[in-house]
Design a protein around this ligand. Structure first.
Ligand code: GAP
Length: 441
């Protein structure tokens, strides 16, 4: 089918409890979402695949989980305090705030047919630079000197621990440090569901390399990261690499490429791969007075490694997976919504359904379910008409459904239904675990 609308994806996520607005009983809070049961399972799968690609399948990257609140000097050194800003304008009439550079694409809240500033009553202020970091206070008293910040990227924790990691990890450049965790940005731009949120999970890896290898590793990671999304089952045609123009580059970057996905809002950033050079280690060395360099005992050379950084977002990966997998078709004249997720990403791999709620079906189905759940994420469901139960599983992307019926009790076979082909194979309940494992890898 043609690409779904964002509204269709948002509605499915809410209906099936994957993702829904946070604080809804209080009217919600802009650009903030909660993840329900299936959303959590999908999120866990995304993160697990990332760790697999970064750690399990390589031996040149180590893991880290650094603090969200770091020493405030961190953000002076990183340049975030001075430079991590958006130009904002306020409307004195409607009291709304806009990003100055986005005004040509935004509707005026009072008169949506024109842009902010063009309505008869609009009264916009001059643009002012607004820092995106959330401030907080350490200790019980809100006094100068105790101001701290929620991290706007996980990367800085990695730079702060570079020396520590070098000492225990027995690695030498080229090697990487990877971490997954929440970051926070005071975004005022409309979020487009989970595309842009105030808090979001990042999956970032800083790859430290000898300076003369930076260009080659930058090229390597640009391509490796795009391939990773293809491995999650995302359509290659809806992915592309886009190199930043010189005027788009962040203050720390000499080259950046975005892995972009064709979301319902158009081609947009899924992940950024940046050549950060020696900017961060040099800055933290200068601000902390510590030496952040590598001494190569073989060549007797001392140098500050350069850094190649693939920085991905869990939310944006989930949104790409959901948009890519969303499909609608018709079964027996009835409309069906289905998430054609790669089995490895599906929140639930197999559903076990007794045909009837009597005649020994539930008991046998439960036994099969208990066996399957020891190996894969499985779900038991006996509520409602069988067709309705299949539809429920289709909507959360469950690739397989096992149905227990009269024949099961006679000859030990069950039906195994395929979400995509709708084929229902009659198979022996013995060996089901192996079969499900093979089909959902
Ligand atoms: N350390 C580099 C860095 O943070 P970034 O391009 O600002 O670079 C990396 O962020 C990734 O984090 C983005 O590609 C996106 O997937 C995710 N991300 C950034 N801001 C986000 C937001 N407000 N909401 C959701 N995801 C966000």
């Amino acid at each position: 089918m043609a690409a779904p609308t964002m509204d269709a994806v948002v509605a499915l996520c809410k209906r099936r409890g994957l993702i829904f607005p946070a604080s809804e009983i209080y009217g919600g809070i802009a650009n903030t979402y909660d993840y329900g049961h299936y959303g959590v399972l999908l999120k866990n799968n995304v993160i697990a695949q990332w760790w697999k690609a970064m750690i399990q399948e390589r031996d040149d990257i180590v893991a880290l989980d650094s603090a969200i609140i770091q020493h405030p000097r961190t953000w002076e050194a990183s340049g975030h305090l001075a430079g991590f800003t958006d130009p904002l304008v306020d409307c004195k009439v409607c009291k709304q705030r806009f990003r100055a550079d986005h005004i040509p694409e935004l509707p005026c809240p009072r008169k949506p047919s024109v842009h902010p500033g063009e309505g008869p009553e609009c009264d916009l202020t001059e643009a002012r630079e607004f820092n995106l970091m959330f401030q907080t206070t350490i200790g019980p008293v809100q006094e100068a000197g105790a101001t701290a910040y929620l991290r706007p990227e996980t990367a800085q924790g990695i730079f702060l621990d570079f020396k520590q990691t070098l000492q225990y990890a027995r690695k030498k450049p080229p090697f990487g440090i990877a971490q997954v965790g929440k970051s926070f940005r005071n975004e005022i731009t409309p979020g487009n569901f989970i595309f842009r949120t105030l808090e979001f999970e990042q999956m970032e890896m800083e790859f430290f390399v000898p300076p003369d290898q930076a260009a080659q590793w930058y090229d390597y990671w640009r391509r490796a990261r795009l391939d990773w999304y293809v491995s999650l089952g995302i359509d290659r045609e809806r992915l592309r690499l886009r190199d930043h123009e010189p005027d788009e580059l962040s203050h720390y970057s000499s080259a950046t490429a975005d892995v972009e996905y064709l979301y319902p809002i158009g081609w947009s950033e899924l992940e950024g791969v940046a050549n950060r050079g020696d900017f961060d280690l040099t800055q933290h060395a200068q601000f902390s007075g510590d030496k952040l360099e590598y001494f190569d005992p073989e060549t007797r050379e001392r140098y500050i490694p350069h850094v190649i950084e693939p920085a991905a977002g869990v939310g944006r990966t989930m949104l790409a997976l959901l948009c890519d997998a969303y499909d609608e078709d018709e079964i027996g004249g009835e409309k069906r919504t289905v998430l054609r997720l790669h089995p490895a990403m599906a929140p639930v791999k197999v559903a076990v359904l007794p045909l009837l709620r009597k005649d020994g079906h539930p008991e046998r189905a439960r036994e099969i379910y208990e066996e399957l759940r020891r190996h894969v994420s499985a779900e038991y469901d006996e509520g409602g008409h069988i067709g309705k139960r299949y539809r429920r599983q289709d909507e959360i992307g469950t690739p397989l459904a096992v149905t227990v019926d009269h024949q099961t009790l006679e000859d030990g076979t069950v039906t195994l239904r395929d979400r995509d082909t709708l084929a229902q194979d009659r198979v022996s309940a013995d060996g089901l675990v192996q079969r499900v494992l093979e089909l959902t890898r």
